[in-house]
Design a protein around this ligand. Structure first.
Ligand code: F6R
Length: 606
């Protein structure tokens, strides 16, 4: 999705802006642009295509301004082309604006402005913003006031940076439902929609809240509410290491992130299991509170939702509370049965997914206690929820989520165990045993990653397949879903995940000679049933690939062994060969693993 970078300080802005845009490439985009301010003159260079192309164009110009705004666009209104890309200007070329988000009432505003003599060049919703600001500026000649009045008229989501040719030492930024942070360094202020874009310059950030505006000059920053009431803000410090956003010798971020799971799981477990009683940073449930909860909702999108599915049955077994897992995009429109006896858990790596945030707002308005799980400090979802807790997976750059998923599954398991401890629904001995199993995960992940030659070999054999099935029963079914999603998104191979028992109710009709079927078999109790399902596809000529921690007597084409673990936690290990398989198949096909087509890292529009 779109990315924003900005700078106001003593250094030349262009290299900082281009560097920030490069770091935001992982979010997915189709065009990029830059605008700088120098001696009351605004320059703008924008183009369809990659940031490297923009850099070539910028290198031919002499842009020396120390104030600038920049943007990567992922088309929503109007096709990806130069005219639609940001920055956008008002008719008098006084204001230059970049914008993330969607202005829902832009047609009304556009009509209003056209009635007042304004003309529009692009098909975007964004172009109304500089023109609306200019409309108000013409009336009151006050830059800050003009931005605040324009923001009050906007319905939808926005994070904007505005510079003005009348003010050679000023930038104004504002946000609602789309993130914006301001980094503080000795040489000036660094602005971005995502911390990784500017992490190499500073670790100290102000995080702009919804309906807030910041006015930045070379040596001062002031925060306001939209009504221009002054706001005091605390500086926040981020502990992420800047090297975490480099590839560190790996060919791709995705591969690096798959290998980082050893550390990301260790960091996510942190000190939570060190004492005899489990302790969670930020969460302090009482027995009274949990006893009153009669339903748990876990709501998320895509991979994050699969993390919810991977712990649903464990939550139910450990806490005796029914758990429903829902896609945020469905939950928010289906009037779910939520009340003050509901605990609603929202999972989002980015913490900015529009559907998940709206689903959270809905659950909150219906009286639920809302708990957000996010990987990004200060992300929108953590600000909306009653309680939040972080996965500590570090920045995830590849579009396909890997280390954030396993961190979510681990954290959800720990939360389930913590709730069971408070509810006293399981014995202390059982808690001890499960804690030990969770603590063994980093070592077992290391083992699972040790020899990957079998996965590489399978990738070479099946990368030309048109369709692939993933099968699993019980705890293995959500893993099949996650393996299938990973494969689809980065290899563009059609694949489906089925619960083993469902196969004969329809999908088996598709099986023919050499059709690859990947079976996940980790639950001893369901082993015979799952093997029968695999047998059914073997009889119809399928090529079988089995991921298992069990000793299997039957013959399959390939068997990938993973370390043994308590069945509750097997999704954290069994997904690893599937992540690797998707990765190596994508490599065999010569695709861009980190930036798959049509996808964005953070889906900030519904
Ligand atoms: C798939 C993937 C997506 C995300 C989904 C939710 O690899 O990354 O399915 O899981 O878009 O994103 P977050 O977790 O940021 O809310």
């Amino acid at each position: 999705m779109c990315g924003i970078v900005g700078y106001i300080g003593t250094k030349r802005a262009v290299p900082i802006l281009l560097d920030g845009l490069k770091k935001l490439e992982y979010r997915g985009y189709d065009s990029a642009g830059i605008s700088t301010l120098e001696n009351n003159s605004l320059s703008c260079i924008k183009e369809k295509g990659r940031v490297d192309q923009l850099k070539n164009l910028v290198d031919n110009e002499n842009l020396n301004g120390t104030i600038g705004i920049a943007h990567t666009r992922w088309a929503t209104h109007g096709k990806p082309n130069k005219i639609n890309s940001h920055p956008h200007f008002d008719n008098s070329k006084r204001f230059s604006v970049v914008h993330n988000g969607i202005i829902e009432n832009y047609t009304d505003i556009k009509k209003f402005l056209m009635d007042n003599g304004y003309q529009f060049l692009s098909e975007t919703d964004t172009e109304v913003i500089p023109n609306l600001i200019n409309y108000y500026y013409e009336i009151n000649h006050d830059f800050l006031k003009a931005v605040s009045l324009a923001c009050n008229d906007l319905i939808g989501s926005y994070a904007i940076e505005v510079i003005c040719s009348n003010f050679s030492n000023k930038m104004i930024i504002a946000k609602k439902d789309s993130p914006l942070v301001i980094g503080i360094a000795d040489d000036g202020y660094y602005i971005a929609s995502d911390i990784p874009a500017i992490l190499s310059y500073t670790k100290n950030f102000y995080i702009l809240e919804d309906n807030e505006i910041a006015e930045l000059t070379l040596n001062e920053i002031k925060f306001y509410k939209n009504n221009l009431e002054l706001v005091h803000k605390e500086l926040e410090t981020i502990t992420w290491d800047a090297s975490a956003i480099e590839k560190n010798g790996y060919d791709d971020f995705m591969l690096k992130e798959i290998y980082e799971q050893v550390t990301s799981i260790r960091e996510t477990i942190g000190c939570k299991l060190n004492k005899s009683l489990i302790e969670l940073d930020n969460i302090q449930f009482t027995k009274d509170f949990l006893s009153n909860i009669n339903k748990i909702f876990i709501v998320a999108c895509g991979t994050a939702m699969h993390a919810g599915l991977a712990v649903k049955s464990i939550f139910e077994k450990l806490c005796y509370i029914p758990v429903e897992v829902d896609m945020a995009s469905e939950f928010r429109y289906r009037n779910p049965l939520v009340d003050n006896k509901t605990l609603a858990i929202f999972i989002s790596q980015s913490g900015e997914t529009a559907d998940t945030i709206q689903a959270l707002k809905l659950a909150k308005s219906k009286g639920a206690t809302t708990l957000a799980i996010s990987n990004v400090i200060g992300s929108s979802i953590t600000r909306e929820a009653d309680i939040y807790i972080y996965t500590h997976a570090g920045p995830e750059i590849a579009v396909a989520s890997t280390k954030a998923y396993t961190a979510q599954v681990v954290l959800l398991n720990i939360i389930a165990l913590y709730c069971a401890q408070i509810l006293e629904t399981i014995s202390l001995d059982e808690i001890e045993l499960l804690k030990k199993e969770i603590l063994s995960l980093p070592t077992k992940i290391e083992l699972a990653l040790k020899d990957i030659s079998m996965v590489q070999n399978i990738a070479k054999k099946i990368y030309n397949a048109k369709d692939i099935f993933f099968l699993g029963r019980g705890i293995d079914y959500p893993v099949a879903m996650e393996g299938s999603l990973k494969l689809k998104e980065i290899s563009y191979i059609h694949s489906e995940a089925y619960a083993g028992g469902e196969l004969k109710h329809g999908p088996i009709a598709l099986i023919e000679k050499d059709f690859p079927v990947i079976g996940i078999l980790t639950d001893e109790k369901l082993l015979e049933k799952s093997i029968s399902n695999i047998q059914e596809v073997i009889s119809r000529g399928a090529k079988t690939i089995i991921v298992t921690n069990q000793e299997l007597k039957k013959d399959f084409d390939y068997v990938i062994k993973i370390p043994n673990i308590h069945p509750y936690f097997s999704p954290i290990l069994s997904v690893i060969p599937l992540q690797l398989l998707a990765y190596y198949i994508s490599k065999e096909k010569g695709l861009d693993v980190d930036k798959p087509r049509n996808l964005a890292k953070s889906v900030t529009v519904e």
